[in-house]
Design a protein around this ligand. Sequence first.
Ligand code: PLP
Length: 397
Amino acid sequence: MKVAKKVKDVEYAIRDITLYAKELERRGKEILYLNIGDPVLYDFRTPEHIKEAFISAIRSDKNYYPPSEGLEELREAIASLEKSKGMNVTASDVIITNGVSEAINMLMASIIDEGDEVLVPGPCYPPYSSYTRLFGGKPIEYMCNPTNKWMPDLDDLKSKINERTVAIVVINPNNPTGSIYDSSVLRAIADLASSHGIYLICDEIYDRIVFDDSFTSMASIAKDAPLIMLNGFSKVYLMTGWRLGYLCMNDKVSEELKKELPKLARLRISSNMPAQYAALEALRHSDHFINDMVSRLRARRDYIIKRLDNINGLEYVKPRGAFYIFPRIDLSIGRWSSDLEFVKDLLLETGVLTVNGSGFGKKYGSGHFRIVYLPTIDILEEAMNRLEGFMSKRSKD
Ligand code: PLP
């Protein structure tokens, strides 16, 4: 029975690695899950007023198919939010999706033909590469430099643009590195996209989870580039399970794409309707709980780096946003042949589940691993004790 070749290249290391852990769990091992970036799985709760808006939508029978592109009110609210950041966009340029994940799917389906290239950050949140491959394209990793706060290397990026390049992807704040890009870097990337006439795809799903500095949105910078902004409600508004996000296109994006892409929205009928009412409520009243969430996350970030400072063989760049850290592993310590072997060895020996860096891109992710520091400090303490013990044991073996 046939399985399509293109599906075999699809990878999502963050969840693929869970298969190993589940097997160990079945055999009775206790697992500490530090692999999935879902705050609601830990002690962060969807705020009550957002839950109420969802429930009230259901109770008042808003249970039918909404318009494919999304509720008009929500599209208006998102357009005015993005406009307030500086983006030239109207409600008709906004499409509500079942998570940013679906926005990536629709977007890549709409812009990639066989052999086209998409420049993705190295390391990169995996769906950008996987969907590019699924639609016949080639993801090309551009270097983000750990010796420069994981900032994109502009010379490397420039050198990889050619006649097959259709888009540059920017993820800021970044998953998996936790870095936040300087406005001068954003400006240089926007200039490259506009001078080459290629799409600038910017994912800002962590835009309000920022610890030390202010955050500059690409919306305020890329006035001349064809900018496609992706954002959503999963992380900042703690609505992961409801699956709601959006994409919006500025006035430099071609009318042709604005006509063709919404066909994919119509094809899948619509996104979740009660969640769209909840999203409207989230956009109206949220500052209070976001501040609280960010200060709790900052304390967890500070705890994790304090512990990593004392572990031999792991080197990290201090994350400035999101809830990930991406340390480099001295593989010689445990004679591991790869970061995947390290992650599996750590899991088998200690039950601590992290994600292999190569799952975020072979070229620049290899040799690293990603830790999610969403759990409470007592769970992080247990995980760090196990990691520290593991590293010191392996260095003596
Ligand atoms: N974009 C980035 C950079 C992410 O890290 C994630 C989830 O981890 C997503 C998109 C997925 O978002 P959604 O839940 O809206 O599909």
